[in-house]
Design a protein around this ligand. Structure first.
Ligand code: HOZ
Length: 430
């Protein structure tokens, strides 16, 4: 069908690899052409052809209060008048560091960067320098951005495209990344035992959003922490998606574990480009210029991004009940869709925690990447397109989490549930 989105996409493909600036947006695994967005407000994304969709991507996490929240919008508008980028310190950087360290107790010192990818790359460099060891352990299907060390058995967009080990990553880099099976403590223990004295850190999404949503088993993260302590390896929680989304102190505030380092992203810029890494002061003090580990960035602590982030964290602090509301919405959706798949006798299962959600097209309980990969990706594509046609914009991949926002009210929840039922029944009948 010819519409503005498809015209723009044709033009984009001539200028931008694959027509998009981040692969998963290209709809490759779900079919059809990407929808170009013109604007967004509250629970809705509006496309260039005049259609509106309920937004379940939420910019991959940060839109906790919905799109273009007026408090954040006003803060950014006011800040604009003072300039956009200085390459010199601002007081807002101090204020946001204070807020982050107040809200996340494991973070004693924090460094702002411009994306989650930057944060994770810097965090492992720091872990290597601190422990004087080279290897890292990550988990199959976890995604920590596109740094070379992480593109080994990676989830998210690379899993979606079927290229979890990217060409261009050197063999020596790949050799220093060891991969364990998430939720399987024996697999981590075996890796440690086979690599005694060489592992600098374990990096993990404590709740995984990049295999689709996968929740840790009871006691699993505690066991990971104990193994790290036993082997003198640092524990890094990648909370780029879960930080401030699952609680005001991230998932670590829920599971009660203090990682040595934490990476954050997106939400601490209110949706503007920001990331951060932080943790124990004795480790963070190794970062330049206090210590020898180099990491820098002109846009780090950008004044617009820190203003938006301060407004976002302020909103969270003044609305602590938002997490209960989101949990209630997530539960309601999970119950309704579980009922639908059961009544249609479909091979599918639902994963949900707070405002994060995935419908897997497999009847396996998804506890790790291998389980997630048993999903029927053709069925997911049909479901995605059915939902999109009914006005619901899901993440365009089986290996991603949906994100609910506080702007999604009763009316939107009803629409999502009805669209899901209509889509599933039409899939059943086709
Ligand atoms: N890492 C993001 C959430 N899984 C996806 C962002 C993207 O690939 O565009």
């Amino acid at each position: 069908m010819t519409n503005l989105s498809s015209i723009y996409f044709e033009q984009a493909k001539k200028l931008i690899p694959g027509g998009v600036n981040s692969p998963v947006r290209a709809f490759k695994s779900v079919g059809g052409n990407p929808i170009f967005i013109k604007s967004a407000k509250g629970a809705y994304l509006n496309d260039v052809d005049g259609n509106s969709y309920i937004d379940l991507i939420g910019s991959w996490g940060p839109m906790l209060f919905g799109q273009a929240n007026p408090v954040i919008e006003d803060a950014v508008r006011n800040a604009l008048a003072n300039g956009f980028s200085f390459g010199a310190p601002t007081y807002n950087e101090v204020l946001i560091a204070q807020k982050i360290t107040d809200m996340v107790p494991s973070i004693e010192k924090v460094r702002l960067v411009s994306s989650g990818t930057e944060a994770t790359m810097a965090a492992i460099r720091l872990a290597r320098a601190f422990t004087k060891k080279d290897k890292i352990i990550k988990f199959e299907g976890c995604y920590h951005g596109h740094g070379d060390s992480f593109l080994i058995a990676a989830g998210s967009g690379v899993a979606t495209l079927g290229t979890p080990d990217s060409p261009g990553v050197t063999q020596s880099t790949a050799r220093d990344t060891l991969t364990a099976v998430y939720n399987d403590i024996n697999s981590l223990e075996a890796l440690f035992d086979a690599n005694v004295g060489t592992v600098s850190c374990v990096i993990v999404e404590p709740v995984v959003g990049n295999m689709g949503l996968v929740i840790p088993k009871n006691g699993y993260l505690q066991a990971v922490k104990m193994l790290c302590e036993k082997h003198n390896a640092l524990l890094i929680f990648d909370e780029v998606m879960t930080g401030f989304r699952l609680s005001a102190s991230g998932y670590q505030g829920i599971c009660g574990i203090k990682p040595d380092l934490t990476t954050l992203g997106k939400i601490i810029g209110g949706g503007l480009p920001v990331g951060a890494y932080g943790g124990r002061a004795d480790i963070m003090e190794m970062i330049a210029p206090e210590g020898p580990v180099y990491q820098a960035g002109t846009l780090s602590g950008n004044p617009l991004a820190t203003t938006a982030g301060l407004a976002m964290l302020g909103l969270i602090q003044s609305n602590p009940e938002v997490y209960q509301r989101l949990e209630a919405k997530g539960k309601r959706l999970a119950e309704a869709i579980t009922k639908q798949i059961n009544s249609l006798n479909m091979k599918a299962s639902v994963s949900q925690i707070g405002s994060m959600f995935t419908l897997f097209f497999t009847d396996k309980k998804v506890e790790n990447f291998n389980d997630a990969k048993t999903s029927d990706l053709i069925k997911f594509g049909q479901y995605f397109r059915g939902m999109l046609n009914r006005g619901i914009y899901l993440p365009p991949s089986q290996f991603e989490s949906w994100f609910l926002s506080d702007s999604i009210g009763e009316e939107e929840l009803e629409k999502i549930i009805i669209a899901s039922w209509d889509t599933l029944t039409s899939m059943q009948n086709s």
